[in-house]
Ligand binder design. Structure first.
Ligand code: IVH
Length: 690
């Protein structure tokens, strides 16, 4: 490379690193592994060593990666929040140890701690009372997330024992692995119920517990944060007073004041003991209930920490050793293709079982046809699997040198494995679909599952497995069939469920269960029209779209016979949604099912409560409600809708009114004022209605 080319490559690398920092810290959705990021950062450092004249003050090597999120108050840290130097190798640890010894001699110890994979927090206490909690931000100032941190039970509001009058404590907020799996599963169900396409769901789910924790801490509604069951370990005390002499003592003290300090730390006399600690937790970490990504090694004695001091960015008395994502080599047995509720096909690699990061791996996701192409996968190939923070392992590469000479390339299927229909792949999309949505079994079962689910018809007693059993036994094929089910058909029906170990367990519906289902089905006839419409499972018709269509067209007949143009008249209904609605109602089977549902007594037109007054006085006006009011925000929004106004969720130039309640965020107020939006009170609003 000549010099201009080199400079160009450097600039590209810098902007790439900035992008990754943004995705990691601001969006909480990183697109590369920590290891790959660190490798890029190291390459950047190496180039900067050769060309110090290129280094900008905001180069990712010079600043702490985080950025500030807009919606929280910014607070300057009393003590800047630095990051740590990190390494993946024992040699570099040895170099660190030599540097330390050269500077302070041999009369010191280390403390090894786990490097918790969460997000750093700095919490201030005055006279034993929680004052505020601030994220790392850019290291100099961060977001005041006190309200959210207060929802974490392991962080005390009031301290006990003999604490200094004023101090900051640093630690890590994280989510337990079990909580992550549970919440991510709930999120998936919710997205499916909202009608989000399957290939979009993976993008919307959190990749690992760290991202979920970080996404949670940035939420504006603390009540929601409380549901995320976050946890925290504290690991560093900053105080003007001398509370003790060593870091190890400070951990004991912090514990006595009421903080949660991890038990997994150890004072080490020398590098060998440090290496032994690292080795121990390389395997032990898989048995912890939370994720760690390495070990932090700190010089124990404060006086030595002071002597060693800091570089511009990191302390010279501490370093982190990071574990590489573990990988295992195993053989591909076959590729199978799963068909989802929307007909989306997901290829899955079936593997010879292999131990990886504490679990047995038998399957890996192959995502889509492009991924199989990228891996250049052949039958019976030997492949490397990795768990890169994500729970589902993936194939990172193929050991093509071990490939059999006569092996055949894996060819993506052309026909649906369930119904044989030729698959389609739309331009610009990575996913193949089975278009046979009216007769392909998993799609039919999937749609029935959606129909009975909580946010749809909410039929008590009917879960995914029961629905599958009803389908397999030819008792229910369409939504309408549910309404002719009898007690006798249900009582004693055998239901199969697959357990984690792959075994199939059988149980049968008892009398009480059958009763419950029959009652649940009858009760579902009271579900309002907008939710019945959502339950039909029309592509792209999620809860919000269903509501808009229902309110606009008022009866199912009007909607069934509406043209695309008539649908465009509804706010935010565009070509794609209209196309899907038209397609659904152009199918004779679908039309018949809808009519049968009507005969069974389901609500297929809007029911207006005569006690609620309605008007058009707010027609054409948009409103944003923010803060707290004498009624709930939902009630206020309902009032707006009932009087033909429209609720929006963000401030923009086109917003007509901001209804400001108590405790409204200062940022919103500022933005609305800047844009010249009319800011009105609850009383002003009520005045508009009369
Ligand atoms: S000590 C100056 N101890 O790792 C002291 N950090 O890469 C700085 N971390 O920003 C922090 N576990 O978010 C320390 N036991 C631990 C840690 C830990 C996780 C995080 C922390 C820090 C980052 C540095």
């Amino acid at each position: 490379m000549n010099l201009p080319e080199e400079k160009f490559a450097y600039d590209t690398l810098v902007s790439e690193l900035k992008q990754h920092n943004y995705k990691y810290y601001v969006l909480s959705q990183p697109s590369i592994s920590d290891y790959d990021f660190d490798q890029l950062l190291k390459r950047c450092e190496a180039i900067e060593k050769l060309h110090p004249e290129w280094v900008q003050p905001d180069s990712p090597t010079q600043v702490v990666g985080g950025a500030i999120t807009k919606n929280f108050e910014q607070v300057k840290h009393t003590y800047p929040m630095m990051s740590l130097g990190n390494t993946y190798s024992a040699e570099e640890l040895q170099e660190f140890d030599q540097r330390v010894r050269k500077s302070i001699g041999d009369n010191f110890t280390y403390v090894c701690e786990l490097k918790f994979d969460g997000l750093a927090i700095s919490i201030s206490y005055e006279n034993g009372q929680f004052v505020r909690a601030v994220t790392r931000g850019d290291g100099v100032q961060g977001d005041d997330v006190s309200a959210n941190v207060k929802t974490i039970r392991s962080i005390p509001q009031k301290l006990t024992g003999n604490f200094p009058p004023s101090f900051d404590i640093r630690g890590e907020i994280f989510m337990h692995k079990k909580t992550f799996e549970r919440l991510n599963n709930e999120l998936k169900t919710e997205l499916l119920e909202q009608g989000v396409d399957e290939d979009k769901i993976a993008e919307r789910l959190y990749k690992n517990p760290r991202n979920f924790a970080s996404g949670s801490l940035k939420m504006q509604d603390s009540k929601e944060v409380a549901k995320r069951s976050l946890d925290a370990f504290l690991y560093f005390v900053y105080s003007k007073e001398n509370v003790c002499e060593t870091h190890a003592e400070s951990l004991k003290l912090a514990e006595s004041w009421g903080f949660q300090v991890s038990d997994h730390y150890q004072e080490c006399a020398n590098l060998d003991e440090v290496l032994a600690f690292i080795k121990k937790y390389e395997t032990e970490r898989h048995h912890l209930s939370y994720e760690i990504d390495g070990v932090v090694i700190k010089v124990n004695q404060y006086k030595h920490q002071e002597d060693l001091g800091f570089t511009a960015k990191i302390p010279k008395w501490a370093i982190s050793y990071k574990y590489k994502a573990e990988s295992a080599l195993t053989q591909l047995i076959s590729v199978s293709y799963q068909v989802g509720r929307t007909g989306a096909i997901t290829p899955v690699a079936n593997l010879k079982p292999v131990q990886l990061a504490g679990t047995t791996v038998k399957r890996a996701s192959l995502y889509n046809a492009d991924e199989i192409e990228r891996l250049d996968l052949y039958e019976l190939d030997w492949v490397y699997v990795e768990k890169g923070g994500e729970i589902i392992p993936k194939i990172t590469s193929v050991a093509s040198e071990k490939r059999d000479l006569f092996a055949q390339k894996i060819n993506y299927i052309h026909a649906c494995p369930e119904c044989g229909t030729e698959l389609i792949r739309k331009d610009g999309e990575a996913i193949h679909y089975c278009p046979n949505d009216s007769h392909c079994k998993p799609q039919l079962i999937g749609r029935l599952e959606h129909f009975v689910s909580r946010k749809a018809m909410n039929i008590d007693g009917l879960g995914a497995e029961t629905v599958a059993a009803l389908f397999q036994n030819n008792l229910v094929r369409t939504y309408a069939d549910l309404y002719i089910l009898t007690y006798n058909q249900l009582n004693g029906l055998s239901i199969e469920s697959e357990e984690e170990n792959g075994k199939v367990k059988k149980r049968s519906i008892k009398e009480k269960g059958a009763d419950n289902i029959i009652q649940g089905i009858a009760a579902s006839k009271a579900v309002p029209f907008e939710r019945v419409l959502f339950s039909l499972g029309i592509r792209m018709v999620g809860e919000t779209v269903a509501k808009k269509l229902a309110q606009h067209f008022e009866t199912i007949e009007n909607l069934m016979d509406a043209s695309a143009e008539q649908m465009f008249a509804v706010h935010e209904i565009g070509e794609k949604i209209a196309e899907n609605v038209l397609r659904f109602f152009s199918d004779a089977d679908n039309r018949m099912i809808v009519l049968q549902l009507k005969e069974h007594g389901l609500n297929l037109e809007m029911q207006y409560d005569p006690t609620i007054s309605r008007s058009d006085v707010l027609a054409g006006k948009t409103f944003l409600v923010s803060g707290t009011f004498s009624m709930s925000r939902d009630e206020l929004k309902k009032l707006i809708e009932n009087n033909s106004g429209r609720n929006v969720s963000a401030i923009s130039k086109s917003l007509d009114y901001l209804i400001a309640g108590d405790k409204m965020g200062p940022e919103k107020l500022k933005k609305a004022t800047e844009l010249g939006i009319k800011i009105i009170s609850e009383t002003d609003f009520m005045g508009m209605l009369s």
